[in-house]
Write a new protein. Structure first.
Length: 210
């Protein structure tokens, strides 16, 4: 039961921080002149870019920790704060400026192919998502949870593709109000996950006992 809870936490952490639903309006704006077939192709490449980027950082997280002498506890606290900032933006139903700047979005609209930049990075695989997979991978204590991190990345990328490939239908069905409500709910859950990251990080660094 504990392992299942850990796997569920891993999956929801990755899915909610990537949050493909909030990428729908930007994706539609950047691909306004493209056909549905081209949109699906871009959504596929964007999802692949997201998966490869997050997998690379999940694999290289331990090396980065050793190179800079960073402890898992310290990175959990930093990651929790960064995730919390993203979550606060989601609770207020607005796009996080940590993911894409107005200049990046304007450049994306002007580009013919937006699948890698800025869709894959930083729209999907932003700083919050990267820090999340690094924390989850670094804190993993067994093979099952480690595989769970990579499985969560793959499943989140696939769900991102499905969401973006059907972006026009998603926006029509949910509407702006529905998307905001769903974003707020996911942001609330993500806030709780961020707090838990910080609490666990404090325990791991021994700050709680000082």
């Amino acid at each position: 039961m504990k392992t299942l809870q850990e796997l569920f936490l891993i999956f929801t952490s990755v899915l909610f921080i990537v949050d493909p639903l909030t990428a729908v309006p930007s994706f539609l704006a950047m691909t306004a002149r493209d056909t549905p077939e081209v949109r699906r192709a871009m959504a596929r490449r964007g999802a692949w870019t997201c998966a490869i980027t997050l997998t690379a950082f999940a694999l290289g997280g331990g090396l980065i920790f050793r190179l800079f002498g960073i402890t898992i506890g310290a990175f959990k606290i930093a990651g929790g704060i960064l995730i919390g900032l993203n979550a606060l933006d989601m609770v207020q139903a607005r796009r996080s400026q940590q993911r894409e700047t107005p200049a990046e979005q304007a450049e994306g609209i002007a580009k013919e192919d937006v699948s890698i930049m800025p869709l894959g990075v930083p729209l999907l695989a932003g700083p919050g998502a990267i820090s999340t997979v690094m924390v989850l991978s670094g804190a993993s204590k067994g093979l099952v949870t480690t595989l769970g991190v990579f499985g969560a990345i793959a499943l989140t990328a696939y769900l991102s593709y499905l969401t973006l490939a059907a972006a026009a239908r998603v926006e029509r069905r949910l509407g702006q109000t529905g998307m905001r409500i769903l974003t707020r709910l996911m942001g609330l859950v993500l806030c709780a996950i961020a707090v838990q990251f910080v609490v666990d990080g404090i325990k791991m660094t021994g700050l709680a006992g000082r």
